[in-house]
Design a protein around this ligand. Sequence first.
Ligand code: SF4
Ligand code: SF4
Length: 437
Amino acid sequence: MSEYFHSVRLEKEKCKGCTNCIKRCPTEAIRVRNGKAKIIKERCIDCGECIRVCPYHAKKAVTDPFEDIFNYQYRVALPAPTLYGQFKNVWDIDMILTGLKRIGFDDVFEVARAAEVVSLATKRFFESGRVKKPAISSACPAVVRLISVRFPNLIDHIIPIKSPMEVAARLAKRKISLQTGLKQEEIGVFFITPCAAKMTSTKVPVGSDNSFVDGVIAMKDVCLKLAAILGKIDDVEKLSTSGMRGICWAKSGGESAALGDEKNISVDGIHHVIKVLEELENDKLSDMDFVEALSCTGGCVGGPLTVENNFVAKNRVRQIAALNDKRDSVEESAYLDAIDIAWTNHVTYRPVMKLDNDMIEAMKKMEILEEIYKELPGLDCGSCGSPSCRALAEDIVRGFATETDCIFMLREKVRTLTKEMMDLESKMPPAFRKEEE
Ligand code: SF4
Ligand code: SF4
């Protein structure tokens, strides 16, 4: 699988070239050229911000079709806890999990349960003394990718523990294989995702060579199927085992609360995350122990593949979690011993912003970039199709744009040319001059 697989894609025919998306992209990964947006794949972190802001729905997240579950002999749903907050008047998690079995799955394994296991592993990691503080959560794949392209000095701060989705997939395969005698490859585990970044992280895994997730289905697709049957289920099965700590991972602050430490902060929304990471890089938050950073506003409840308003969903998840706060967690340790939860591969710096592989060449190009930048108007209007004047200067140096892509530079050039032509005309031999009226 390509190093640059991306779930977020452009539907070219829908794009009107309005430039709305270029300024919101946190890694300056979008350009508009010839009236159409283009995503620079090396830079995209699949945060989904451009999906939210495009007024023409020209950006989308590619996920797997629901029908893929029927390619497996035994099918397990891995619902992200965000799913619990999507339905009005549904407060019973077992109702939702039973619904998943009614629409085609044979069993369910809650990602909230796996989140509790990850919380325990994180606590033990802190106790080990090997933590570089402030430690940064590795739960949001968009944030991990952001750090790998923009904040190389923070890579060692990322907690090297697999995500709840991956932990759930490994635990589910193991459990069902032991229960049924089926081989793990005969068991299909499908994550029900609120976001695009999770899809990407199953194709280009973070912290390991391969993912145990066999498919990723958009939460909105599953919600559509569930909404049709939820009110009609009368034999609700007792399936849920997750408690308050795991369920609250669906919203910002949930992971921090599960750790129970006072010296931690929680930040959500990719642009807020960038501000906090900049402060971390500048040593302004060195007294903190832990940073929970989530790309979507409000946490996973704000993912672009959800159906409910993120504020409403956040509140509902909080209430549902409170209804389940008495669940005990005796199995967490056993789960932790059953699988390898630590990263086997480490995140590496991907210097996608560098101008040249050769240091001397890169410095020369930087000087030219600065010269060009000085000449640009500094309005960051985006009408050139680059997100800022600096980005246009960079695009010119890289050979992807010209100075006259800037409307102000073009106007200056037209003025200069007009003046030169008028001067030339006045120097014409008398026989060719126009007769003055
Ligand atoms: S998904 Fe995020 S990083 Fe990728 S192009 Fe869209 S806004 Fe930029
Ligand atoms: S927001 Fe971006 S993708 Fe959507 S129409 Fe405008 S330029 Fe195209």
